[in-house]
Design a protein around this ligand. Sequence first.
Ligand code: CU
Length: 237
Amino acid sequence: MKVLIIFVIGVTMMGIIGSASAMDHGDMLMDEKGMIMNANSDNLPRDCPKISENVDITIHAGHKHALKFTGKMFAFDQQEWNVKPCAKVNITFINDDQIRHQLMIHGLPGYLYPDGMFHLELYGEGQMQASLIVPSQKKTYLVHCELPQHMEKGMKAQLKVDGGDGDLPSIPGISEPVRADLYGVDWNQLSIAILLLCVLAGCAIPYFVIIYAQGGKNKIQKIFEKLKPKRKQDYNK
Ligand SMILES: [Cu+2]
């Protein structure tokens, strides 16, 4: 009997711990790895009689995806996705970094997605899956990571429904920034000296290469001999 009681208590405790580690707060699902907010795989937008297509999209987020963009630090592996009106988009979100990243989609209808937002978040390396159903409207949705400076540093993209209604600004590799960052040269004596040295080297190296190519090895030796400072006894002659 005692064994049975201990078994029942053990199973109950495991159930409590299990449910606590993956809490479901209404539209939010979170555990120790990340968070899913406002996922929707069943409810149709008002303007959609049915789901038009099922699209599986894998989105990577991380530092290495920004290497192809000058001056950027974070990025998604793609900057644009296109789906049909009323598509069900099944997203696999993969964080390739050891730090926190988000995948937020904005501008969705508020009656289905509170604050018009679909939100995935991973606290470190890992992956998660969630779906959303887009309305029929021809529209471009902002996709970004809202952590401080992550969007400004490149983690910005766009989801186009029915071709979208234009490009959003500052999408790396797609659209120009509204206000471009200026990285002016800090002119000082050292930077001017380096510039002059580079100009000198840029002129001298091709000159010697040309002479050498013309079989003028001896000419080069003569030039260097002329440049050498004369020894004392030479002056005394
Ligand atoms: Cu991020």
